[in-house]
Design a binder for this molecule. Structure first.
Ligand SMILES: Cc1cc2nc3c(=O)[nH]c(=O)nc-3n(C[C@H](O)[C@H](O)[C@H](O)COP(=O)(O)OP(=O)(O)OC[C@H]3O[C@@H](n4cnc5c(N)ncnc54)[C@H](O)[C@@H]3O)c2cc1C
Length: 411
C-alpha cells in the first residue's frame, strides 16, 4: 500500500482547507503540508463576496492574492427601504484560489483527484488505498450531516452574465428584497464584475434543499429583463444549497460530522447560521491554526489540534446566537412578504451592528437591539423567538434534512 507523509495533511481543498494551506505556506514555511482533494482543482466553482469589515488586517493580508474585485460600498433594496452602505465589498473566486494554491505550494504538497475515505487525528486512507500519515490531520471536506440542526435551506443559482451594454451599476446590490416573494422568501444579489459584466444570484429560503433549477433560471431572466439588461452570453453558473440554522444541538452536530479529527469550514460547523457564509470564520481559523502549531514541529499533536478545533467550533456556535435568532424570526414570520420585512427591519439598524452580524461577531446588546427595534413579528411570536420557547408559527424552524453535498437545484 502506497504511503505519504506530511507534518499536516488537510483533507478537502475548498475554501477552508485552501486558506489553511495558504496560511501555513506563508507563515509556517518550516512545515510540510499535504492538501488533498477529490476534485481535479481546488475550491469548487464559487464566487465568494465578503465585507471588508469581516476580516482583520492579517486576514486581509491572507486574502489579498485571492481578490478579483472590490467596491467602495454596497446597496440594499426592499419594498420600503433603499439604503447604501459605506462598507467595502470584495470578491474572491475559486479559479483564483486554485491558481494561488498551486503557486504557493510545492507540487509534492498537492494531491488532487484523490478521494479520502477515512481519517483519524494522524492518518487518512484514500480510496485507492494510499495511506497518509501526518503529525496532524485536518478534515475540511464540507458539510456531512445536518440532522442536529433545525431551520431550513437557502437555494441558489448564480450566473455570470456578459451584457450587450454597460449595466450602469457602480457597486453591488447585496440584497434586493424588492423582488416578488414567490414560494418563500427570496432575494437577488448583483455583483458588477466589469462595466458590462454582472454576477446575478437568485436566492430563496425554504424547508427543502431542492428547488427546480429551471425556476431559479427563469427568475434570473425576469430580473435581468426588469433591469433593462440584454444578455450577450452566460459566462458561468454556480448553484447549490446552504443551511439556515435557527436552532440545534452543537454536541450532537459535532459527533455526527466526524471523529476525533481536527476540522475546518462547514465540516467543523464554521458557517454563518443565517447567511451560510464561511469565509470570515475560515480566515480567522486559518490564522489561528498557524498560531496553534507549536514552534517545534516535533511537538505537533493531531489529538491536541482536534481538541482545539472542537473548542473553537463550540465558541463559534455560542457567538452564532444572534444570527440563529434572526433566522428563527424569519421562519416565524407568517409568509414570505412578512419574512422579507424581517430583513428590511434588520437593514434599518446601525451599520456597526450589521457589520458584526455579517462577520459572525454579534454581541448580546445587538440581540436586544434587534428585538427592541421595529420588526414585523406579532408580539407573541417575537417573544417566543427571543426566549427560544416556541410560538414560532406553522412555518417555524424544522429539522434540516439532506446534507449539503449533493443537494441543490433539481434539473
Ligand atoms: C452556490 C453557492 C454560493 C455560495 N456563496 C458563498 C458566499 O458568497 N460566501 C461564502 O462564504 N460562502 C458561500 N457559499 C458556501 C460555500 O459552500 C462555503 O463558503 C465554502 O465553499 C465552504 O467551504 P468549505 O471549505 O467548508 O467547503 P467546500 O468549499 O465545499 O470544500 C470542501 C472540499 O472538500 C472536497 N472533498 C469533499 N469530499 C472529499 C473527500 N472524500 N476526499 C477529498 N476531498 C473531498 C471537495 O471537493 C471540496 O473541494 C456558497 C455555496 C454555494 C453552494
Amino acid at each position: 500500500m502506497a504511503a505519504r507523509t506530511a507534518d499536516i495533511a488537510i483533507l478537502g481543498g475548498g475554501l477552508a482547507g485552501g486558506l489553511i494551506a495558504m496560511a501555513l505556506a506563508r507563515w509556517r514555511k518550516d512545515l510540510s503540508v499535504l492538501l488533498v482533494d477529490e476534485a481535479d482543482r481546488f475550491g469548487g466553482n464559487h464566487l465568494w463576496p465578503f465585507l471588508g469589515s469581516d476580516v482583520s488586517e492579517a486576514g486581509r493580508a491572507l486574502l489579498t492574492p485571492l481578490v478579483v474585485s472590490g467596491w467602495r460600498g454596497y446597496d440594499v433594496r426592499f419594498p420600503d427601504l433603499s439604503r447604501d452602505f459605506p462598507t467595502a465589498v470584495y470578491a474572491v473566486t475559486s479559479d483564483r484560489l486554485d491558481a494561488v494554491l498551486r503557486r504557493a505550494l510545492p507540487p509534492s504538497a498537492i494531491m488532487t483527484g484523490a478521494r479520502a475515505l477515512a481519517c483519524s487525528a494522524q492518518a487518512a486512507t484514500l480510496v485507492d488505498g494510499t495511506r497518509i500519515e501526518a503529525c496532524a490531520v485536518i478534515d475540511a471536506r464540507g458539510l456531512r450531516n445536518t440532522t442536529a440542526l433545525s431551520g431550513g435551506w437557502q437555494r441558489y443559482l448564480g450566473r455570470r452574465l456578459k451584457l450587450e451594454r454597460p449595466h450602469g451599476l457602480v457597486r453591488p446590490i447585496l440584497h434586493d428584497g424588492s423582488v416578488d416573494q414567490v414560494n418563500g422568501l427570496r432575494f437577488v444579489t448583483c455583483l458588477p464584475t466589469a462595466a458590462d459584466e454582472v454576477h446575478v444570484e437568485d436566492i430563496c429560503y425554504g424547508q427543502s434543499p431542492t428547488v427546480a433549477g429551471a425556476t431559479l433560471a427563469a427568475r434570473i431572466d425576469d430580473y435581468v429583463r426588469a433591469q433593462g439588461w440584454l444578455v450577450r452570453e452566460v459566462l458561468g453558473e454556480e448553484h447549490g444549497v446552504r443551511p439556515v440554522v435557527a436552532d440545534g444541538e452543537f454536541d450532537t452536530f459535532w459527533r455526527a460530522n466526524g471523529g476525533e479529527t481536527a476540522r475546518a469550514g462547514m465540516r467543523g460547523g464554521l458557517f454563518h447560521p443565517l447567511t451560510g457564509s464561511t469565509l470570515a470564520e475560515a480566515v480567522r481559523y486559518a490564522l489561528a491554526v498557524t498560531r496553534q502549531v507549536p514552534a517545534d514541529v516535533a511537538n505537533l499533536d493531531g489529538a491536541a489540534l482536534a481538541r482545539f478545533s472542537q473548542t473553537w467550533a463550540q465558541r463559534y456556535w455560542q457567538r452564532g446566537k444572534f444570527a440563529r435568532r434572526l433566522a428563527a424570526m424569519i421562519f416565524a414570520a407568517p409568509g414570505p412578504d412578512r419574512q422579507t420585512r424581517v430583513f428590511e427591519a434588520f437593514y434599518r439598524l446601525d451599520n456597526g451592528l450589521i457589520e458584526r452580524m455579517h462577520a459572525g461577531r454579534s454581541t448580546a446588546a445587538d440581540l436586544a437591539r434587534l428585538f427592541a427595534g421595529r420588526h414585523p413579528l406579532p408580539l407573541g411570536r417575537a417573544l417566543g423567538v427571543l426566549t427560544g420557547l416556541g410560538q414560532t408559527g406553522e412555518a417555524g424552524p424544522q429539522p434540516i434534512h439532506g446534507a449539503g453535498h449533493g443537494a441543490g437545484p433539481a434539473a
